[in-house]
Design a protein around this ligand. Structure first.
Ligand code: ATP
Ligand code: MG
Length: 194
């Protein structure tokens, strides 16, 4: 393993490639363009460490950070992960969403009774919510252990990620394993240190 090049006290050894990719994604968001990065690799390879680096860099450079983490025991709970990610934005912003999106999200998050919401509407609501929040301050959404995200959350997040364009939003995911194939998403395989 290389000697720390992340600066004193960062605790991040080497990982220059990963840090470079994280920095580029955050720079892009800061400049007003959305960007998505998926860090994937074997258990214990250092994905969470890379995400922690992203959180530090984002916070230090005036991006607002929101975090979520897949939890194995919540794999079957629809919208559990999305709820974690969006909870800082609901409240006043919920009322500003178009009515069908607001209703769908409120049911998805258990704020209102109703039949299972249309995932398309929930995806749109998430997109609206993130875009509105990013108008106040560029945003870094950092999602760890994405292999354990419930399916409904994955669908809505991928839907939103694909439609973000000129919004100052960085989405950074860590996932165990070989990674997926989301179009237009930069993938980075975390490899063992030489
Ligand atoms: N580049 C690194 N610098 C410093 N510590 C590291 C680095 N890579 C891994 N580690 C250490 O190795 C351990 C595993 O790292 P980490 O938790 O980031 O792995 P992971 O890929 O997220 O694993 P999992 O798939 O289980 O979530 C941690 O104790 C972490 O501190
Ligand atoms: Mg991890």
């Amino acid at each position: 393993m290389g000697v720390s090049s992340g600066g004193p006290g960062t605790g991040l050894l080497d990982r220059r490639v990963e840090r470079g990719a994280v920095d580029r994604v955050l720079d892009r968001a800061r400049a007003g363009n959305s960007a998505v990065l998926v860090v994937h690799g074997e258990p214990g390879i250092g994905k969470t460490v890379v995400l922690d680096y992203a959180v530090r860099r984002a916070s230090a450079s005036d991006l607002r950070v929101v975090r979520a983490s897949g939890v194995e025991s919540e794999l079957e709970l629809a919208y559990a992960a999305l709820h974690q990610l969006c909870v800082p934005f609901i409240g006043p912003r919920l009322e500003q969403l178009p009515r069908p999106q607001r209703a769908a999200l409120a049911v998805a998050f258990g704020l209102r009774e109703g039949p299972a919401p249309d995932r398309f509407l929930v995806g749109l609501a998430v997109l609206s919510l993130l875009a509105a929040a990013a108008e106040d301050q560029p945003l870094a959404c950092v999602v760890d252990d994405a292999q354990w995200l419930d399916r409904a959350s994955v669908q809505c997040l991928v839907f939103a990620a694909r439609r973000l364009l000129a919004e100052p939003i960085a989405l950074i995911f860590a996932v165990r394993g070989p990674g997926g194939d989301p179009r237009g998403v930069r993938q980075l395989r975390a490899l063992p240190d030489p």
